[in-house]
Design a protein around this ligand. Sequence first.
Ligand code: KIV
Ligand code: ZN
Length: 514
Amino acid sequence: MTTDRIRIFDTTLRDGEQSPGCSLRPAQKLVMARALADLGVDVIETGFPASSVSDMEATAMISAEIRDVRLCALSRCTPGDVEAAAKALEHARKPRIHVFISTSPLHREHKLGLSREQVLERAVEGVRLAKRYVDDVEFSAEDALRTEEDFLVEIFGAAIAAGARTINVPDTVGYTTPEEIRGLFQRLIAHTPGADQAIFSAHCHDDLGLAVANSLAAIEGGARQVECTINGIGERAGNAALEELVMALRVRGAHYGATTGIDSRALLQASRLLSRLTGMSVQRNKAVVGANAFAHEAGIHQHGMLRNRNTYEIMRPEDVGWPASQMVLGRHSGRHAVSDRLRALGLPLEDFEFEQLFSRFKKLCDHQRLVRDADLQTLVMGDAAVEGRGYRLSALSVSDSGKRARAHVELSDPEGHLVTEIAEGDGPVAALFEAMTRATGVPMQLESYQVHSIGIGADARGEANLSVRCDGIEHAGLGTSRDIIEASALAWLDVANRVLRQRETASSSLAATA
Ligand code: KIV
Ligand code: ZN
């Protein structure tokens, strides 16, 4: 069986970036373009220069620096648009202009007010205009999956005759199904005049959650380019996720008879960079790059994983950039996982000791969602009251006058005494964390802070996630409450109490060995 090379056309900086909440400044696009180049994508679509000064500037900046990757700019089939794309790509070493026009009856009538013949004429004109500036022209028939098939054959044939060498078939509204798109590609490639002179490309949106499945089916039908975005960002429900497509082609390469040029080890890094730049986080259960993608909590799964990782993993976390699989200890974990973790921490226990420890572990899980290494260490050192120990929040108020915010916190310390502190800061959260630091005496360096809403309507609660550095170690803290400031205070205390317990454990083991 032959293995065909699939071109990965990344449109994170164009289709992805034009979606709500994902806009990037030109300098940020350049940073992301470097990561895409490191990943080994074949084409980077840098923007739609005629649509904004920012896209024009970003395309020019990327063109001046990224030399080895083909750079593409989007354009309608009009002289002004094509000129803007050509100007932005002026210094690119491998430029491509991507011209598009809507072809479906719905778009022809309600969006363009043009007949089939007029759309065809404009498409040909757009390709010819682009050809004046660059050799490499891509043509897209917007809303292709709701377009008459004979019209697609006609317009694609005309675009190829005018010089287009990539023919893109967008499922603009994520309407198609795998069977449908596979058949469509097979027929288009068989019947379009000059099809052998062009590469057929799939561009799938995720409105029905089928973007990746449809792109893979298009590959089965003969597509040799797929258009996709990191983390699947894009209009509405997004585009096909690059990391999912790439790993599907890698894990099931034999099935698809296809491969890509992507260095999959850089996938996680690219995903995280995009989240940081856009502020749009990736859901925990997202394939390949979500925090749970290689985390195992259920006892049976952990047992299987410890014997042979292939039992519950179809790819190695290291191959997509994760350090290793993660055995998450929590309510569903069994004896094997806990004893394995204890051994890894250098704390192997005799059977009878282990049973006692395991029942305390289960008790702790009633109060705590995740049990971390420090908690396990404390359990082993005989501190049965882990779940109850530490500072507790008694009262909290924050005021923000606009210039300076002020926080007043009241905590009860591990001995039950009340501790009160007041602090000011640039904003309510900064003031709160300063007051908490003073009250507990645990200084922390904040590395990241996120608040999400969990639940909906009247049941909605805020979940605060912190990542901080303290005593040279990175800790994560979690707090939930109806009030997001209180959730933040609880997340902060989650870390502070763990640090204090760790310090206590360290000093008692030092005393024991002295
Ligand atoms: O979804 C779409 O149709 C597009 C085209 C402009 C290629 O993004
Ligand atoms: Zn699109």
